[in-house]
Ligand binder design. Structure first.
Ligand code: THU
Length: 160
C-alpha cells in the first residue's frame, strides 16, 4: 500500500481589472450572456464565453426544462455550439460567471462534474490545454490552465 497526493494549481485574481484585457473582455461577455439564461426552475443563472484560436467568441447560458434532466448547463451549451460552428478551431479558454438570481454570491463557482468531463473531452480532442476562469456574480476570479486541475483521474477515449 502506498499513499499518493495529487496537486492542483490555480491562480486567483482579486478583481476583474487584474485580468489580461482579452480575458476581462471574455468575462464581460459571460456576464452579459448570463442574463439570457432560461433558468426559471432553479433561478440559478450561468453565462459562459468561449475564446477560440481563430479569434471568435461563442457565448452560452444554461437552458432549463420542465422535465429537469432535459436542461443543459451553460458550459455545454457554449462548448457544443463552438464545436459545431468551428470544429477545426482550438479552444483557448472559457470564462464562467454563475450565481443565484435571488442573492449576490461573491464566491467563485466551479463548473459541475458533467461540464468538467466535456471540457476534458475537448482538451483530448485538440491535444492542448483549455484555460478556465470562473467566478460568482462579482468578486474574485479563479483561473486553471487546464481541466486536469479540476478533474484529476480523468476518463478519456484511451480507455475505450
Ligand atoms: N449549471 C450550469 O449551467 N453550469 C454548471 O456548471 C452548474 C449548473 C446550471 C444547470 C441548472 O440550470 C442550474 O445551473 C442549477 O443547477
Amino acid at each position: 500500500m502506498k499513499k499518493i497526493s495529487v496537486n492542483s494549481n490555480f491562480t486567483i485574481f482579486d478583481n476583474i481589472d487584474d485580468l489580461p484585457i482579452e480575458v476581462k473582455d471574455l468575462v464581460e461577455k459571460a456576464k452579459k450572456i448570463r442574463l439570457t439564461a432560461y433558468s426559471k426552475y432553479s433561478n440559478f443563472s450561468v453565462g459562459v464565453s468561449v475564446l477560440l484560436e481563430n479569434g471568435q467568441t461563442i457565448n452560452g447560458s444554461n437552458q432549463e426544462n420542465a422535465a429537469y434532466p432535459s436542461g443543459l448547463c451553460a458550459e455545454r451549451t457554449a462548448l457544443f455550439y463552438a464545436n459545431s460552428k468551428y470544429p477545426d478551431s482550438k479552444i483557448v479558454c472559457l470564462a464562467i460567471v454563475a450565481g443565484s438570481m435571488s442573492k449576490i454570491n461573491e464566491t467563485p463557482i466551479a463548473p459541475c462534474g458533467g461540464c468538467r468531463q466535456v471540457i476534458s473531452e475537448f482538451e483530448t480532442k485538440q491535444a492542448s490545454p483549455i484555460g478556465i476562469y470562473f467566478m460568482g456574480e462579482k468578486g474574485r476570479i479563479v483561473y486553471s490552465n487546464s481541466i486536469i486541475n479540476l478533474l484529476p483521474f480523468k476518463f478519456d477515449s484511451s480507455f475505450l
